[in-house]
Write a protein that binds this ligand. Sequence first.
Ligand SMILES: [Zn+2]
Ligand SMILES: [Zn+2]
Length: 265
Amino acid sequence: MDLLELCTLASGSSGNCALATDGRTHILIDAGISARRICRSLTDLGVEPRSVSGILITHEHSDHICGLATLTKQLRLPVYASRSTGRQLSYRIAFLEEVLRPFQPGEAFAVGDLEIGAFPTPHDTAGSCGYTVSDGRHKLAVVTDLGHVTEEVRAGIQGAALLVAEANHDVEWLQSGPYPYHLKRRILGDFGHLSNEAGADLVAEAVEGGARTVLLAHLSAENNTPARAYGVVSSALERRGVLPGRDVLLEVAPRSGPGPRRAVG
Ligand SMILES: [Zn+2]
Ligand SMILES: [Zn+2]
C-alpha cells in the first residue's frame, strides 16, 4: 500500500502551499504562490495538476491564496474552506462558488481516499483552520498562522505522526527590529503568529504524543532564520530528553521551493 506523504512547495510569509498525497489522492493545503509555480512543482513531483482532488484553504490571507484564483480558473479543482473563509474567498474570486465545498470546523470529511479533519486556529481572520489528513493508518497535521495554542489546536493535532508547525519569529528580534509598532503588536498578539519558543512548546507536546517528523514552517524573513528556529526548537526538545536526528526528524520547510517528500508514520 502507498504511504501517505507530505511535501511543502513553499513556506513563509511570502507564500504557503503543501502537497499531501498517498499516491492516488493528491491534496493541496493552501495555494499561496502563483498557479504557475504550483503546477510546475506538482509536475516535478510526478503529480499531474489536474489530478489534484482538492485544495484545503486555511484562511484568506494572500500568502495562503494568491495562486487560488488562477488555479481554480484553469483547473476547476474543488476548494475546501470553513464557511467564513469560503465567504471571504467568494468576494475575491469570481467563479469560486462553483467549486467551493464549505464545511464547519470540527466536522471530518473525505477528499478522495483521504480523511480530513479541520480545527479552528486563533488568527486575525474569521474561520481560520488547521488541518489533519489521514489515510486511516497515519495522520499528518498542518498548523500555522496562530497567535497562541488553544485546546482545540492541541486536540486537533493529537495523534499526528507528522506535524507542520509554525515557528514564525524570534520575539527579541521582532521587538528590536524595524517593524512598526502596530505590526509588532499584531504578530505578537493572541491572534497573530507563533514565536519560535511557542512553536517549540507545541512541537515538544506533539513529539511526546508520538510525532516522529516535524517541519517548522511559516518563518518570517525579517525576524527569524532557519538556523534560529531550528536551534530554539531542538534545544526545547533536548531539554525534554528528545534528541532530534535520533528520536525525531526535525527540519525547516524551505521558504521558496519544494522541500523533501516526507513519509507520515
Ligand atoms: Zn500566513
Ligand atoms: Zn495569516
